[in-house]
Design a protein. Structure first.
Length: 261
């Protein structure tokens, strides 16, 4: 592990770079705790072997990584973790979590500051994150750190679809999807309905699918094939508080200081 801050009484920020680093398994467990209860079992952090996915992502040499873990560690273990994803010139905070007994000690702020340093090193010009609208504590933290709302998203449950009258969906990348799903418990499947192609995120027996008639076709096709019994759709929302759904999120962003870029 490579430390990126000097050791302090509150732990050291480290960057795991090896797939066999024990920090990886602890980070995966902590990230699973960061998911809103309404989304339990629907996201990759809750997949059956997400820790193995993190380890595999760290197998190439560090300069090739697009998944970048940062952990606050001390002799008691991982106190906090940030999961960053490099998206071109943008750096996305895919997830951040602080161990329950370590909250209120500034670890979240330290990891956000470390993200700015990391983004500058990578030549990024923007930082992004998604946060539940119900998580008012995190929303305040991000605003203090210079983030502002960019857009909103609503998650809505869908009923299983009856077989549609027209032709079923066609699966584009079944072999690669099944290998990934069996190895880690989640995967992204590309499905074609007519002339249109859609992405379907599957985690265990749950799946995120498109809405409308295409979504009904996808559900009717994939339900029996994959044993999926939980379906949901994500849609953009113009306002943060008005759209119904079981979960609501804000996409927040901030630019980077001119210095260091």
């Amino acid at each position: 592990m490579g430390a990126v801050l000097n050791p302090t009484t509150t732990g050291t920020v480290v960057a795991p770079t090896r797939p066999d680093d024990p920090v990886v398994t602890a980070a995966a467990r902590l990230l699973a705790e960061s998911v809103p209860s309404s989304c339990a079992g629907l996201v990759a952090y809750h997949a059956s072997d997400y820790a193995a996915f993190l380890a595999a992502s760290l197998a190439p040499p560090p300069p090739l990584h697009t998944l970048l873990l940062r952990c606050v560690c001390d002799e008691t273990g991982v106190r906090a973790v940030a999961d960053w994803r490099l998206l071109g010139r943008r750096l996305l905070l895919n997830g951040i979590a602080v161990r329950t007994r370590d909250r209120g000690h500034g670890h979240g702020s330290r990891l956000l500051d470390d993200g700015i340093r990391l983004a500058n090193e990578l030549g990024c010009d923007q930082l992004l994150l998604d946060v539940s609208l119900e998580n008012t504590v995190a929303r305040r933290l991000y605003r203090r750190a210079g983030y502002q709302d960019q857009s909103y998203q609503v998650w809505t449950h869908l009923d299983p679809a009856t077989p549609p009258a027209d032709s079923p969906a066609r699966i584009v990348d079944w072999a690669s999807f099944t290998a990934h799903h069996r190895a880690y418990g989640f995967g992204d499947l590309r499905v074609r309905v007519g002339d249109d192609e859609f992405g379907v995120r599957c985690v265990g027996s749950a799946a995120r699918v498109p809405g409308g008639a295409a979504g009904a076709t996808v559900r009717a096709t994939l339900g029996p094939l994959l044993g999926i019994d939980r379906w949901y759709v994500t849609t953009a929302s113009a306002e943060p508080e008005t759209e119904p759904g079981f979960a609501r999120f804000a996409r927040m962003w901030r630019g980077l200081p001119a210095q260091g870029r």
